[in-house]
Write a protein that binds this ligand. Structure first.
Ligand code: G16
Length: 544
């Protein structure tokens, strides 16, 4: 095998964000750019020589080219075996499962998650460690530091890579095994959920489902699990074919980007249950007929009912939620007398808590829910959880949620995103807020008194690491909250996220429109952060 050592000048913009390195496809196509990041990963992980890695992506534009480069580099860097999803396809949860099941050293996931794809879209690369989860901060920082001084990378010569047929091929001493992307994952799901009950539900005349795969990676998983194994009808999976540009759509499962699905669900003759997943299959949105379940509520409801589902029948050890996620899960944890951890945004922060056996479930407001079954959030898993609950409760999504609210109270919740704003202005907005934090405490805004105003920092209870600067929290006397953060996953300018939450216990007030229930807090947020002044925007681009 011919190995080439390619000399390069280091890149200075390869700092991983909330979830790996995400940039435009064009950026990744810059000569040596992808190679430099991959070499930085390889230089940062211990035990690479002779190891097994898992490799796959969400099928977006540039997936196959990137896989070929990574395989040639893996061969040149002494990796013994790569488990590659057939056609280069693997969902993020499937990679996490495969790393754990086959005891691989780690895995490389090619995805920019919910960001659009295609030649003008985004691409991304993420390294997951041997527990199956995203590399923690210490490793992503080491990768970044490597990239800043990287002056060469090693790559094997070009050769045929038959990645579409199950089987194997070799590149020098590297064995590439092409595996079915779905089977292992689907088998695992069967061990966690009551497939018989779910399949009975899907056969009931009064129940129907519609899953939107958004022309992204979950299509083949949904077909195998919902259709082939559970007997859902063919029409119950829409946009099932993975496409390099996601059919021109934005593969983000929320009300703004799953419009067709919403239209079907918000119709008198529409299905009783709706769901969607994102580009790489780790996010989920849950809907009932004329009903949207906020991700924070979904986590709380899953937690409150987990003992009913086979894989969780022994109860929960604890729950974790990211800081901006609503406090609905905390109320369930309190009732169950289990701990509820509050972590910074980013799935990587759940890893230690899961590995240490402190939590069973975790989730985020950004349409992510998961458990200790793997170390990533898991879209199809969340859908199966809801189907299993509905099959047991024989009740509609809306009624299940309303019963939950009547027992725990309702956490009205919304997130307003201001996308593609000038980065310098966005930083100024945050700095301006930080400077005023102390002066907010004790102040009254529209009759609401501020009790906490701080910049969130997290002390990992397992390894003692501290992560600072994770978002501005303004907490009021009645537990209402406004949170300000800059996204760590955007690729153009900056995205300001404003999270707003208000708790109402009184059942008589559980029917308010979310935006109306939060109107005062939304106005306070705008004034406190001087949003129009800094962003030049009167309204957010996306409301979820
Ligand atoms: C990633 C992370 C999540 C995070 C989300 C949004 O999700 O894994 O933990 O909540 O980004 O992050 P931000 O608010 O910084 O944009 P995904 O699905 O994009 O990998």
């Amino acid at each position: 095998m011919l190995i080439e050592i390619v000399k390069i000048s280091p890149f200075d913009d390869q700092k991983p964000g909330t979830s790996g390195l995400r940039k435009s496809v064009k950026k990744f196509q810059t000569p040596h750019y992808l190679q430099a990041f991959v070499q930085s990963i390889f230089n940062s992980i211990e035990g690479l020589k002779g190891s097994t890695l898992v490799l796959g992506g969400d099928g977006r534009f540039y997936n196959r080219e990137a896989i070929k480069i990574i395989l040639r580099m893996a061969a040149a860097n002494g990796v013994s075996k790569v488990l590659l999803g057939q056609g280069g396809i693997l969902s993020t949860p499937a990679v996490s499962h495969l790393i754990r099941k086959y005891k691989a050293l780690g895995g490389i996931i090619l995805s920019a998650s919910h960001n659009p794809g295609g030649p003008e879209g985004d691409f991304g690369i993420k390294y997951n460690i041997e527990n199956g989860g995203p590399a923690p901060e210490a490793i992503t920082e080491a990768i970044y530091q490597q990239s800043l001084r990287l002056e060469e990378y090693s790559i094997a010569g070009i050769q045929p890579m038959p990645m579409d047929k199950l089987g194997s091929f070799e590149i020098g001493d590297l064995l590439v095994e092409i595996i079915d992307p779905v089977t292992d994952y689907a088998d695992y799901m069967e061990t966690l959920f009551d497939f018989e009950k779910i399949s009975e539900l899907l056969g009931q005349a009064d129940f129907s489902m519609l899953f939107d795969a958004m022309n992204a990676v979950t299509g083949p998983y949904a077909v195998e699990i919902f259709q082939n194994r559970l007997g859902a009808s063919e029409t119950s999976i829409m946009r099932r074919r993975p496409l390099g540009n996601f059919g021109g759509g934005h593969p983000d499962p929320n009300q703004a980007h799953a419009k067709d699905l919403m239209r079907h669900l918000y119709s008198a003759t529409g299905p009783s249950f709706g769901a969607a997943s994102d580009g790489d299959g780790d996010r989920n949105m849950i809907l009932g007929n004329y009903f949207f379940v906020t991700p924070s509520d979904s986590l709380a409801i899953i937690a409150a009912n987990a003992h009913l589902v086979p894989g969780y029948k022994d109860g929960l050890k604890g729950i974790a939620r990211s800081m901006p996620t609503s406090q609905a899960p905390d109320l369930v944890a309190k009732k169950l007398e289990i701990p509820c951890y509050e972590t910074p945004t980013g799935w990587k922060f759940f890893g230690n808590l899961l590995d240490d056996g402190r939590i069973t479930l975790c989730g985020e407001e950004s349409f992510g829910t998961g458990s200790d079954h793997i170390r990533e959030k898991d879209g199809i898993w969340a859908v199966l959880f809801w189907l299993n609950l509905i099959a047991i409760k024989q009740n509609s999504v809306e009624n299940i949620v309303r019963e939950h609210w009547s027992m725990y109270g309702r956490n009205y919740y919304t997130r307003h995103d201001y996308e593609g704003i000038n980065s310098a202005k966005a930083n100024d907005l945050m700095d301006n807020l930080k400077e005023q934090l102390d002066s907010f405490i004790g102040k009254d805004f529209a009759g609401l008194k501020v009790v906490v105003a701080d910049d969130f920092s997290y002390l990992d209870p397992v390894d003692g690491s501290k992560t600072e600067g994770q978002g501005i929290r303004i907490i009021f006397e009645n537990d209402s909250r406004i949170i300000f953060r800059l996204s760590g996953t955007g690729t153009q300018g900056a995205t300001l996220r404003v999270y707003v939450e208000r708790y109402i216990q009184d059942v008589a007030q559980h029917d308010l429109d979310t935006q109306e229930a939060l109107v005062e807090l939304i106005a306070i947020a705008s004034v406190l952060a001087e949003i129009p002044e800094y962003t030049g925007r009167e309204k957010p681009d996306v409301v979820t």
